[in-house]
Design a protein around this ligand. Sequence first.
Ligand code: HEC
Ligand code: HEC
Ligand code: HEC
Ligand code: HEC
Length: 127
Amino acid sequence: MSSLVKQLLLYTGSAALLVAVLWVGADYRQSVQATRPLLPVIFEHQDHTDTECFVCHHNFTDETGGGTCYSCHKYDLEIAHEMEDMFHTLCRDCHTETRLEGEEAGPVRSCDGCHLAEVFLSKVEID
Ligand code: HEC
Ligand code: HEC
Ligand code: HEC
Ligand code: HEC
């Protein structure tokens, strides 16, 4: 075998290995996300009565199905890995935009404005 062919085989071999490792890694990450406890959130409907239900409850209208947000977003492996991103975008973007309009809104940056502070503190102690 020419050294060029050997090198090519080596490259494709390690590329395949890398893909496999990334693939298994992504799968593992998703299952960890779905099985660790949900980080509790402070959310009151009474703070959000000016917003139509379906802005958040998209599943009431778009036929994705039934259930509570987390029954899908936390436990459905297809989308669980996107929950942090999706929910931060939904919640924070509206708070940011509302504040930019000069009105009262919920937290944007302070983690413990939405997540229970005790959870963060107990995590710090445990770790
Ligand atoms: C700003 C976003 C938002 C709006 C607007 C909103 N909800 Fe929700 N709703 C949520 C979130 C987030 C949850 C899950 C968290 C929770 O249960 O506290 C939820 C949970 C629920 C639940 C399930 C409670 C349970 O635990 O089983 C019902 C029922 C519900 N909402 C009905 C409504 C109705 C009806 C409206 C409109 C009048 C509405 N929501 C408006 C975000 C919203
Ligand atoms: C029956 C399952 C189901 C329920 C219940 C559900 N969702 Fe979803 N949600 C989905 C699916 C599926 C998507 C689409 C994912 C994609 O685009 O790949 C999605 C997308 C989203 C997105 C991203 C939208 C975008 O444009 O990127 C947000 C934010 C979201 N959901 C929030 C919520 C909230 C808040 C609740 C509860 C009030 C909720 N979802 C209830 C299944 C569900
Ligand atoms: C469409 C806009 C909108 C969306 C989406 C939204 N919020 Fe809000 N939120 C508000 C507004 C406006 C207020 C202020 C209400 C008031 O003070 O009367 C608020 C208030 C709050 C507060 C109370 C803050 C305080 O100081 O008491 C919390 C907590 C909160 N939101 C969490 C959330 C979470 C968590 C989500 C996502 C699941 C969310 N919000 C989605 C508009 C929104
Ligand atoms: C506007 C409200 C809001 C703020 C501010 C916020 N979060 Fe979140 N966060 C949420 C919501 C809603 C979810 C999805 C539901 C849940 O995990 O309970 C979430 C999910 C998460 C998750 C994923 C949890 C899981 O079970 O997979 C992490 C991690 C997280 N947030 C960390 C943070 C950190 C760190 C900060 C501060 C830099 C922060 N959040 C600020 C609302 C907020």
